[in-house]
Design a binder for this molecule. Structure first.
Ligand SMILES: [Fe+2]
Length: 169
């Protein structure tokens, strides 16, 4: 989609574009998570990433159901925002030698990813509801709940252990 093309004319077009964007983002997250699992030291953080990898695979399947509901084949469009968040996460992680400080960085990066997803799914749900796509909105709502739960778990883990361990490192 170029700047001067007219691929997006209606709210429905915009909604589909955003679905394709988040479909791409979820795929990039499934590629990034194994590296984060490998780098994490805190067992709960590692387990949390493993669980979220499985959840993300389910979220991809759920997006495919949403495409299907609209009579569309699943398609991904490059999302520079998620690419940037993941690139920065890798760069910062690569600069950290201490395992506990690295855990704090990984947690922060994962929360940046979750917050990005929360804003995307929140918007998609609002648009789906506005256009009367109740079934799609419900499916997207299941994913939004998972993203929020993951974010809450990361906050809990950071404040109960990871940040303190990083400070003591
Ligand atoms: Fe996700």
């Amino acid at each position: 989609m170029g700047l001067f093309t007219k691929d997006i004319e209606t709210l429905h077009d915009l909604y589909v574009h955003q679905l394709q964007d988040v479909y791409y983002a979820e795929h990039q997250i499934t590629k990034a998570l194994p590296t984060m699992i490998g780098k994490a030291t805190n067992p709960q953080l590692k387990a949390g990433f493993e669980q979220h990898l499985r959840e993300t695979e389910g979220q991809i399947a759920r997006l495919e159901q949403v495409f299907q509901l609209h009579g569309l084949s699943p398609k991904a469009v490059t999302c520079p925002a998620i690419d940037g968040i993941i690139k920065e996460a890798n760069e910062v992680a690569g600069d950290i030698a201490d395992k506990q400080v690295l855990d704090a960085a990984l947690t922060a990066s994962a929360q940046a990813v979750e917050h990005y997803e929360i804003t995307r799914y929140g918007t998609l749900i609002a648009w789906a509801e506005q256009m009367g796509h109740a079934e799609a909105a419900a499916l997207l709502g299941e994913t939004l709940a998972e993203e929020k739960a993951t974010d809450d778990k990361l906050t809990q883990l950071a404040s109960s252990a990871i940040n303190r361990q990083a400070e003591l490192a």
